[in-house]
Each structure stands twice: as structure tokens, then as C-alpha cells.
Design a protein around this ligand. Sequence first.
Ligand SMILES: [Mg+2]
Length: 169
Amino acid sequence: MIKLVIFDADETLWHVEEGYASTLVLPLRKVNDGLVIDAVGVKVWLFHGVRELLEGLRRRGVIVSLASANDEEPNKVKLLLELFGIMRYFSFPQVNWQKKSQNVRKIVELVREKLGVNLDFEEVIFIDDSEFNVTDVKNRCPGVKAFRVGRDIPSIALLYENLDSFLQA
Ligand SMILES: [Mg+2]
């Protein structure tokens, strides 16, 4: 049974028109529920289905976290999560330049210690758009189911539609 799903941020939850979260220029401004714009006009779109997916996971009692390779200060990933109104879904989000496998291990430890959940790597899913990160997690966190969005998972919207079978896989 899957107990924890860890998402990458850039190009997994949202699309940054140019660069990545850390290269956005502050202040960021919310245009609508699916669009944030930075001080020089660079747009960030939340992918279709992300909100529904997060809500679907919450309803099923699955813990959701995040591992993003971006600057910790200023933390523009957390700003984006807040502006899109989805910050509350994420437990122990990690935004730093450490390897994804290190962050996955750290999040698993935090869930075990802080939430008192008995959690094995086999009960964890990791989703990222980067082959490098998916391979890193597969190699260094054996048992974790690491999927590449765009290949193993065609889109977040499709993942939401097939959520029950996905969580049993
Ligand atoms: Mg990414």
C-alpha cells in the first residue's frame, strides 16, 4: 500500500515559461488559480489536474511531500505553492540542492519520526520529470517506486483519473 507520494516541483507540478523557480524575479503575483507571473513577466502555469490529484491523495490518506532542486533562500518554490493555494497539502517539503535520493531519505525519516508512521521504501512513490533524478532515486533508495512524468506517467491529469490503480501498482 502506498503511504507517501513525493513530487518534484518544476515541470512536474508546474511549467516555468523560462528558467526554473529560482530564476524567477520577485515579487511574484497570482493572476488566477492556475497562473503566477514574476516581476518581469515570466509565467508559471500549474499543470491541469494537480489540485485534484493532491485532493484525491489527501482523501485517500496518502501523505504528500515535495523534493525540489532550487535555492532554499529565497524559497520561491514555497512562494509558488502558497500562491497556487496548495501549500497545505505538503508535509516536510524539501527545497535545496541536495540529490533527490538524499531528500527522499530525509522525508521518509521525517514521516517516520514526526508522524510516527511505520513506513517502508516499498510504500513510497517518487515523481519527477528528470531521468537523472528518477535513476538516482531508483539506485539509492531501493524499493521506492520512481516514475518519470512525461514517460512512465503521461500527465498529472491522467494520473488523477487512474489514481486508484496507480496506488495499487
Ligand atoms: Mg523538474
